[in-house]
Design a protein around this ligand. Structure first.
Ligand code: GTQ
Ligand code: FE2
Length: 373
């Protein structure tokens, strides 16, 4: 890879707690460099700030641009063993050209031509798919075919074999989210090719995993648990949509404590624990009523949002992005985030929060009351 880590500077020579520059000091710093040593006192402001100062930026990617480029890739780039996936990753402008949406999260548009297969493989990276439009692809996870349709949230937890096949005469594109940057940085990546062809090419509306696990509040007695990742490979839009609609109906009927003003939200959860769907990734769906504005919130950990429906304005600190269906926004750690719905706004969100909760390093700060127009 050609991208660079943020350069370490040995040039801090003034400011509080810095020594007087002398030829001897220059020589000391040169000798540090030669021995591959770095003193804390020149770096402390950057390494140990009073609150997080991430190098990643807030940034918006336009779905229509991603889709145009994915279509061109569909014409030029064959799909098969070795390249594995026609996936094009968002590269955060603050991360030196790495294919990282945030320091821990990968977000990519993946594209399958009509009747095309993506080969079977497995890896330690945890993955999900979120479908913004289209239908006709099945992702086969450990031999269980899972239909992909608009609004569905689909899981491929680490080390499960998976391949995708498009059974329709239309191309299909969707959002992939993985913890690739986290796994890369921590040196924990393993990968294996699977069989040369997809074992089960049947096209059921519901997967076997859903037959077992997709019944609210009912756990199959035969199945072990608790499990670190959710055993449910598909969270269907009809359920997510109904949950959000019911929250807003309760608010409209005057029940307090259900939603922030005009802002319904659900978290996709692991039915064996009630916790997050994947050990490293949290995923949520949010619905804002027309004219409503969220409270301004910042939290430790980074996130990516995708507009599922509607239009709105996303504010990250001083930055302001107008967004519409499919657009993606990266939100750095501890950046103040406010979202306003121009008309009704449905948003998908994923973040690395479970990592920080496990490390007891999670923090949240909420400012300003939410408003409902
Ligand atoms: O669909 O299996 O965007 O392995 C990146 C890595 C998708 C996938 C990505 C992958 C996949
Ligand atoms: Fe994969």
């Amino acid at each position: 890879m050609t991208y660079v880590d943020s350069p370490v500077s040995l040039t801090a020579t003034d400011g509080p707690g810095q020594p007087t520059p002398t030829p001897e000091l220059d020589e000391l710093y040169r000798d540090f460099e030669e021995e591959l040593l770095v003193p804390l006192w020149t770096e402390i402001g950057d390494l140990m700030p009073s609150s997080p100062r991430p190098t990643a930026h807030g940034h918006a990617w336009r779905w229509q641009n991603l889709l145009r480029l994915a279509r061109r890739s569909g014409e030029l780039v064959p799909l098969g063993r070795g390249g594995e996936r026609r996936a094009i990753a968002l590269a955060n402008p603050g991360l030196g050209g790495a294919p990282y949406a945030t320091p821990t999260l990968w977000a990519a548009i993946q594209y399958l031509n009509p009747r095309e297969d993506a080969p079977v493989h497995r890896h330690t990276q945890h993955a999900f798919r979120f479908v913004i439009e289209g239908t006709g692809v099945w992702t086969v996870v450990d031999g269980d075919p899972v239909a992909m349709r608009r609004g569905d949230f689909l899981l491929t937890p680490g080390w499960h074999f998976h391949g995708h096949h498009n059974e329709s005469d239309e191309p299909m594109a969707w959002l992939d989210g993985l913890d690739i940057p986290f796994v890369h940085t921590t040196g924990s990546a393993f990968f294996e090719f699977g069989p040369d062809s997809i074992s089960d090419r049947s096209t059921p509306a519901r997967s076997r995993g859903e037959q077992l696990w997709a019944h609210p509040g009912l756990r199959p007695v035969s199945q072990p648990g608790p499990a670190g990742s959710s055993p449910l490979a598909a969270y269907r839009w009809e359920h997510t949509d109904a949950a959000l609609a019911d929250q807003l109906a309760l608010e409209a009927a005057g029940h307090p404590g259900v939603v922030e003003a005009g802002h319904a939200a659900v978290r996709f959860s692991n039915p064996t624990t009630g916790g997050d769907v994947l050990p490293t990734i949290r995923a949520e769906m949010h619905r804002l009523l027309p004219g409503s504005t969220t409270a301004t919130r910042r939290e430790v950990g980074s996130a990516v949002w995708q507009v599922f429906d509607g239009t709105g304005v996303v504010r990250i600190g001083e930055q302001k992005f107008r967004v519409e269906r499919g657009d993606l926004v990266s939100v750095p750690s501890w950046a103040p985030l406010t979202i306003t719905a121009t008309n009704g706004l449905d948003l998908f969100r994923f973040s690395d929060t479970p990592i920080f909760e496990r490390l007891h390093a999670d923090r949240v700060q909420v400012e300003g009351a939410p408003t409902c127009g």
